[in-house]
Design a protein around this ligand. Structure first.
Ligand SMILES: CC(C)(COP(=O)(O)OP(=O)(O)OC[C@H]1O[C@@H](n2cnc3c(N)ncnc32)[C@H](O)[C@@H]1OP(=O)(O)O)[C@@H](O)C(=O)NCCC(=O)NCCS
Length: 160
């Protein structure tokens, strides 16, 4: 199945990685593609509403390959005024091609704070490996969200 075409607007500030991956802020016409990437959005109105709000607020970034949106992430600054990566999804057929690395690189560039955080379930081996690979340090965990699967927090100093 081919991924939906990327939105046509708001390309003025984008970055291209060595793997031909373009990262940029999502526009409203990326919404269909972003919603299609998120498995929760398929059945959950609240997630759909949230993603649309994130796009409208400019906090959602997308990655494109061959003019198709293949991944998205949401970067906020509402966690103790530090950067926080709230959501991140790469389409299953586009994984292990550097899409998440490209999205993180864009978010680290756009982060307006000295530190950037993210979190994931302890059971999420791909995300935890990605964090280690990108030089993020494990800084704690929170029990009680998903029973038996703590949320592990990661942090990186951005060097300014
Ligand atoms: C986690 C996720 C975002 C990674 O995206 P991706 O584009 O495949 O990641 P990249 O190709 O940039 O991977 C970079 C590195 O991360 C690590 N990594 C990524 N996926 C991995 C996996 N399945 N197993 C082990 N390590 C993995 C590797 O070190 C990899 O480098 P390598 O491919 O050279 O070995 C993707 O698997 C995904 O969307 N998962 C479902 C949603 C999710 O878990 N989101 C994050 C937490 S909410």
């Amino acid at each position: 199945m081919s991924a939906p075409r990327a939105g046509a607007h708001h390309r003025e500030s984008s970055s291209k990685s060595s793997g031909g991956i373009i990262t940029r802020v999502a526009a409203r016409d990326d919404a269909t593609a972003v919603l299609a990437l998120d498995p929760v959005a398929a059945t959950n109105d609240k997630r759909r509403g949230r993603l649309l709000r994130e796009i409208d607020s400019g906090r959602c970034l997308v990655a494109e390959r061959n003019r198709a949106v293949v991944g998205y992430a949401v970067l906020g600054h509402d966690f103790f005024d530090q950067g926080f990566v709230h959501l991140l999804h790469v389409g299953p057929v586009h994984r292990r091609k550097g899409v998440a690395v490209a999205l993180f690189s864009e978010m680290e560039k756009r982060c307006a704070a000295a530190k950037i955080f993210s979190s994931t379930n302890r059971s999420n081996v791909p995300m935890r490996s990605l964090m280690t690979r990108l030089g993020y340090r494990q800084v704690g965990f929170v029990d009680g969200l998903d029973e038996g699967d703590p949320e592990v927090f990661y942090m990186k100093h951005l060097g300014f």
